[in-house]
Write a protein that binds this ligand. Structure first.
Ligand SMILES: Nc1ncnc2c1ncn2[C@@H]1O[C@H](COP(=O)(O)OP(=O)(O)OP(=O)(O)O)[C@@H](O)[C@H]1O
Length: 262
């Protein structure tokens, strides 16, 4: 339960975003409404250019809505927030810093207590099976490991909400599958709140407690599905589960493609 007493951690209220440039005006989002409870895992899918990244950036306070508003833990999001974690498609690690150094960057930027941050860093390294690579440099790591480092960095300050924008889009299929399984376990074990943008329908449904489908620009939410699957999910049995197929099939229909993304 959060400070506003109704269990809603994040409230996106009638948000519209227009980008005005010298040459054109783009309406990226129109009347977007989304209420997220603490501990939910929301997967956001939609056609390219429908405003998924814009929505995440607005939640992080990196883009200001043109209309409507966003509340996180009861306070209006008006500027970049300290209480979110962001994982992008590329891990963006500093090549001269080792794994611990890259994760601890978050502590330095936010002025966190070094002892506490180091303890948390150790826990996260353990949770993501990176303990043996603490002193490795980014070029010594696989793409999947680099993305795990970037996940640890995003979680170091224990954010209220973790925002992930196509975090596994640049990885090969097998690595992506492994990281899906790890992220599922992490979510089930920690109860963190996640908003994930993805083009992959199986990834969206396997990970989510709720799938949010957006329509073409100007981006709006056209449908939402609760995913009626156990909190902790094994990979293959889940992908064969009729409840998984029901949501994945409906999502693909809405996206208008037989394959519905990768
Ligand atoms: N800073 C900006 N200035 C001008 N237009 C922008 C800006 N950011 C996004 N847009 C436009 O807003 C629309 C939505 O972009 P956004 O990146 O949010 O879509 P998306 O759904 O994440 O796309 P994709 O799935 O291809 O990554 C696009 O038409 C894009 O060109």
């Amino acid at each position: 339960m959060n400070s506003d007493g109704n269990g809603i951690l994040l409230d996106v209220d009638n948000v519209g975003i227009k980008f005005e440039t010298k040459r054109r005006s783009v309406e990226a989002l129109r009347d977007v409404n989304l209420e997220v409870q603490q501990g939910e895992f929301i997967s956001i899918v939609g056609p390219s250019g429908c405003g998924k990244s814009t929505l995440l950036r607005a939640v992080a306070g990196l883009t200001v809505p043109t209309s409507g508003g966003i509340q996180l833990r009861g306070s209006e999001v008006q500027a970049p927030r300290q209480d979110v974690g962001f994982v992008f498609q590329r891990p963006a690690l500093l090549p001269w810093r080792d794994v611990r150094g890259n994760i601890m960057l978050q502590a330095e930027m936010r002025g966190l207590d070094k002892k506490q941050a180091t303890r948390r860093c150790d826990e996260l390294l353990e949770l993501t099976s990176l303990t043996d690579f603490t002193k490795a440099l980014p070029h010594e790591l696989s793409g999947g490991m680099q993305q795990r480092v970037s996940l640890c960095r995003a979680l170091l300050h224990d954010p209220d909400v973790l925002l992930m924008d196509e975090p596994f889009g640049a990885l090969d299929a097998l690595t992506r599958e492994h990281l899906n399984v790890e992220l599922q376990r992490l979510w089930a074990q920690t109860g963190m709140t996640v908003l994930l943008v993805t083009h992959s329908v199986p990834e969206a449904v396997y990970l989510a407690s709720r799938v949010v489908v957006m329509g073409p620009r100007p981006g709006r939410i056209i449908e939402e599905f609760e995913v009626d699957l156990p909190h902790e999910r094994e990979y293959e049995p889940t992908l064969e589960d009729p409840r998984f197929h029901a949501v994945a099939g409906r999502t693909r229909e809405l996206l208008g493609s037989p394959m519905g993304g990768d």
